[in-house]
Design a protein around this ligand. Structure first.
Ligand SMILES: *Cc1c(COP(=O)(O)O)cnc(C)c1O
Length: 363
């Protein structure tokens, strides 16, 4: 073999495939495959994007204004906040900082794929733990921890299962972990959960040296294109990530739009209410067609079919009708489709498409 070769393991990793965004021959389909906010970004964020200043000047590499605003809004310590180019950036940096060849990373059976990809890239081994009814099991996760384990990644609520552990369960998970194992709680969908019951875990980060939680501007904040996320970390973890991260990993557009978006918490409340209303509507209406449907704690629902072939047929037929769901075979849920909650029009189109499919198939 000649030419440069990637290190061991890199070519064994499947490339990440995102939600489909187009269907051949269908004009302007409703994209309900990537859990984006159907209401878009806050008008304040859009206005901020119109004035980006002088592009010849580097952004603030420390993202200080953003970290201070996040800290003030959430009652946090700005020094423990690390911003990332999407929260994927933070998840990847955590893997790079704490995992290496011979180490193990523990995750649930239907976890967000980035955990496995980011871990494998370091040479570490992902260890998959079975769920009960698509929900993480604390005892099973703890039983999978060995002296090689360095990170436990858990999305809460999880994507694509949409299930969530409560505060007691998270506390029990943490209490059972050795001090040298980092517990990473991915809160990508946190804003969609009622703040009165969401186990935010910021206090756990402050009380323990081995808990990190991440948040993103890609979902409820509607800024996925700009790539902005953050982690709340114990100070030594923040120090490690700040050494590893790109020195200017947050660009000016992301920084300004993010700051303005934080000033519009009404947009988040409106988005949460829209989501809760239409998520319930979709579950009720789609269930009424005789399709097996599960609600979630996040901004999507799950449809379950007899088998992978039927799920694939429905995915194709919905696409042809101008509505794009997310097939879940990459997540080991090939008999299911994930459908993001959309605009009123998109939701009604999804229902109409499914109604026609049910009529046509007699299924
Ligand atoms: C969408 C999502 C993210 C967000 O990724 P970004 O890089 O911030 O866009 C993180 N974790 C989970 C579980 C997600 O579904």
């Amino acid at each position: 073999m000649s030419g440069p070769q990637p290190k061991d393991g890199v070519l064994d990793m499947p490339a990440y495939v995102g939600g489909r965004e187009a269907v051949e021959g269908v004009k302007d389909p409703y994209k309900l495959s990537a859990n984006e906010n159907p209401l878009g970004a806050s008008p304040k964020a859009l206005a901020a994007l119109k004035d980006l200043g002088d592009p010849s000047i580097y952004p603030d590499g420390g993202a200080l204004a953003l970290r201070e605003k996040l800290a003030a809004l959430n009652g946090l310590d700005a020094a423990r906040i690390v911003c990332g180019n999407g929260s994927d950036d933070i998840l990847t940096l955590l893997a790079q900082a704490y995992l290496g060849p011979g180490d193990e990373m523990v995750h649930t059976a239907h976890a967000f794929l980035i955990y496995k990809l980011a871990s494998r890239a370091t040479g570490a081994m992902p260890v998959e733990v079975a769920e009960t009814d698509l929900t993480a099991k604390v005892d099973a996760l703890l039983a999978a921890v060995t002296d090689k384990t360095k990170i436990v990644f858990l999305a809460n609520p999880n994507n694509p299962t949409g299930t969530m552990l409560d505060r007691d369960a998270i506390a029990r998970l943490h209490a059972g972990l050795p001090d040298n194992v980092l517990l990473v709680l991915d809160g990508a969908y946190a804003e969609y959960v009622d703040p009165a019951v969401y186990p935010a875990a910021f206090d756990m980060v402050e009380a323990h040296a081995n808990v990190v939680t991440t948040r993103t501007f890609s979902k409820a904040y509607g800024l996925a294109a700009l790539r902005l996320g953050w982690g709340y970390c114990p100070l030594p973890v923040a120090d490690a990530l700040n050494r590893l991260r790109g020195p200017f990993n947050i660009n000016v557009a992301a920084m300004r739009a993010g700051l303005a978006a934080l000033d519009d918490q009404t947009h988040i409340e409106t988005s949460r209410a829209h989501n809760a209303h239409w998520r319930d509507w979709l579950v009720q209406q789609i269930g009424g067609l005789g399709i097996s449907v599960r609600s979630t704690q996040a901004n999507f629902i799950l449809l379950q079919f007899a088998d992978a072939a039927q799920a694939a047929r429905v995915e194709a037929a919905m696409g042809a009708a101008g509505v794009i769901p997310r097939g879940l075979s990459a997540y080991g849920l090939s008999d299911m489709l994930r459908l993001s909650v959309g605009t009123q029009d998109a939701n009604r189109a999804a229902l109409a498409a499914l109604e026609n499919i049910v009529k046509g198939e007699g299924a």
